[in-house]
Design a protein around this ligand. Structure first.
Ligand code: DQA
Length: 150
């Protein structure tokens, strides 16, 4: 059995659907999970989809991923702009990671323009809402199994 792709979501993403819908849209995190499961299944991957409001828990999950996952998709929420600890965990994991943001962080406040996570990511997808998660799964799948790439 191939190991799953861990899809990790940071703080406040549990509020999707009701949180600033003009910025983040109307889909809930459960809707996003369903999209990810469908997309991954089509490409022959399993996912393990999680959310936490706690930086330490996210760090622990990234550490766990080193042994248990084949790759990572991370929307670190506001920790994107502050968490050297999450970056260090990503670098230590040596796993391919795609960073995702629902919103285009570069069209927003300047404090959102810097991502600590990006240095540990293969690539970044932002601004496409929940579709970004599906694009990230496709990109990760293509880098894990280039022969199967679309
Ligand atoms: C976000 C962007 C972050 O700046 C913000 O703090 C979030 C969500 C996004 O998905 O657009 O919580 O990561």
């Amino acid at each position: 059995m191939t190991k799953p792709i861990y899809v990790l979501n940071g703080p406040n993403l549990n509020l999707l659907g009701s949180r600033e819908p003009q910025v983040y849209g109307s889909e809930t995190l459960e809707d996003v999970r369903a999209r990810c499961e469908r997309k991954a299944a089509k490409l022959g991957f399993a996912i393990d989809f999680r959310q936490s409001n706690h930086e330490g828990e996210l760090v622990a999950w990234i550490q766990e991923a080193k042994e248990k996952a084949t790759g990572l998709i991370v929307n670190a929420g506001a920790f994107t702009h502050s968490s050297i600890a999450m970056l260090d965990a990503l670098l230590a994991s040596e796993l391919p990671c795609v960073e995702v943001h629902l919103s285009n962080i570069f069209r927003r406040e300047s404090f959102r323009h810097n991502s600590y996570i990006s240095k540990g990511a293969k690539g970044v997808i932002c601004g496409f809402g929940p579709l970004g998660y599906e694009l990230a799964i496709e990109a990760l799948a293509a880098s894990l199994e280039p022969k199967k790439a679309l």
